[in-house]
Design a protein around this ligand. Structure first.
Ligand code: URA
Length: 247
């Protein structure tokens, strides 16, 4: 099949979020128009530019195949998992958008971490952002129990070793701006990384919010639980570091 055509039943499934068998049935029943003509063969090849109309709803055939990337301000209490028996899951926040169950979180934030979380159905992009090789920077606003001291800047920048981890953390950038508040930028995405970095210097994180991925900033207009769709220029920013983490 040429790349600029696709099967009508597949185009209907993807655009109208229905099972293939249902798509075949409505096509055979003459309920699907393509560029103004009824087509009743589910295997008919249509152009990716064709307009499909079902019950007055018109879409462009290729729209349903477009990958989507959303920026969410993750609320406290939600988990980044496909299933959880005890807590609400992030993906269900997207239940109003078509095919929301095909989307996944890019990396994970802890249940009590808020802020910038990417959610996408683009598996390749998800993999690229999460790949350790890409060293995408993640920047968090941290509130701690005890005072953050100047000496921690040096310790973070050298790379710390947590007793529960076999391997040292890569260098992290610590920018202190109040006694108990700082920005922390890391290039790994290890389990509880920021909380454990502070444990290494005998402190404790009491609030954690992610503000940046690369130089893509959490939209300050987004309330917790709100999201927006990103475009290509936003996605480019992910791969531009917020700041240089180590020399
Ligand atoms: N580091 C943490 O400790 N928790 C997160 O949710 C993200 C980074």
């Amino acid at each position: 099949m040429a790349k600029d055509t696709l099967r009508l039943d597949k185009a209907v499934c993807h655009n109208f979020d229905v099972p293939r068998s249902y798509a075949a049935k409505i096509i055979k029943n003459g309920l699907v128009e393509v560029d103004g003509e009824v087509i009743s063969d589910p295997s008919a090849k249509i152009s990716i530019c064709a307009q499909i109309v079902i019950d007055g709803n018109e879409v462009s055939a290729s729209d349903g195949f477009k990958k989507r990337v959303f920026m969410l301000n993750k609320p406290n209490g939600y988990v980044c998992a496909d299933k959880d028996n005890n807590n609400p899951i992030v993906i269900n926040i997207f239940s109003d958008i078509p095919k929301f169950t095909t989307m996944h979180c890019v990396g994970r934030l802890d249940i009590d971490t808020t802020g910038l979380l990417l959610v996408t159905d683009d598996g390749d992009l998800n993999h690229k952002i999460s790949s350790p090789k890409m060293e995408v920077t993640k920047t968090y606003h941290v509130v701690t129990k005890d005072k953050i001291v100047e000496k921690d800047i040096e310790l973070f920048s050298r790379g710390l070793k947590h007793p529960k981890e076999r391997v040292k953390y890569k260098p992290a950038l610590l920018e202190i701006f109040a006694d108990n508040e700082a920005l922390v930028t890391v290039t790994e995405g290890r389990f509880h990384e920021v909380k454990r970095l502070f444990e290494c210097v005998n402190n404790e994180v009491i609030e954690l919010k992610r503000l940046y991925i690369g130089s893509l900033k959490l939209d300050p207009e987004l309330e917790e639980g709100e999201y927006i769709e990103l475009d290509d220029s936003d996605i480019e920013k992910i791969f531009i570091p917020y700041k240089k983490v180590s020399s």
